[in-house]
Design a binder for this molecule. Structure first.
Ligand SMILES: [Zn+2]
Length: 134
């Protein structure tokens, strides 16, 4: 089973990229909601030291993200949790599950469609860069 995560508001970009690379990362706002998601078994990703301490005190799985640069954030989280970039399974917008239909992926929750387009090169570039460093 792949680990599931919940990211704080400062890590929206990281959450989106982790979804592109195949991980379930939800986003909620507010410390209590974030802690509640962690209590349900998600690993909390945060840049907030106070929240990090609170989660530790409650015995929750939490990781403090050191960098504020997206490539570094991806690297430290993937390295720390021994993850590998995989194929997308989650909607980058809402974290809904994706369903493949005739070469496209459709989000079961919000209906957004994905296909291999010009943005794909950027994704593959970042994927290769990350894989090379891990
Ligand atoms: Zn969606």
């Amino acid at each position: 089973m792949k680990p599931k995560f919940v990211a704080d508001e400062m890590l929206i970009k990281l959450a989106r990229w982790m979804r592109i690379f195949g991980y379930d990362v939800s986003e909620v706002k507010g410390d209590e909601k974030l802690l509640k998601e962690a209590e349900k078994g998600r690993i909390l990703l945060t840049r907030d030291r106070e929240l990090f301490k609170k989660a530790r005190l409650r015995g929750l799985s939490v990781y403090f993200v050191n960098s504020d640069q997206i490539d570094e954030q991806l690297y430290e989280v993937f390295y720390h949790f021994k993850l590998k970039p995989e194929e997308p399974e989650r909607c980058t917008i809402c974290n809904g599950e994706l369903e493949e239909k005739g070469g496209r992926w459709i989000c079961k929750l919000c209906g957004k469609e994905y296909w291999i387009g010009s943005h794909w090169k950027g994704i593959e570039k970042r994927r290769k860069y990350l894989e090379k460093r891990l």
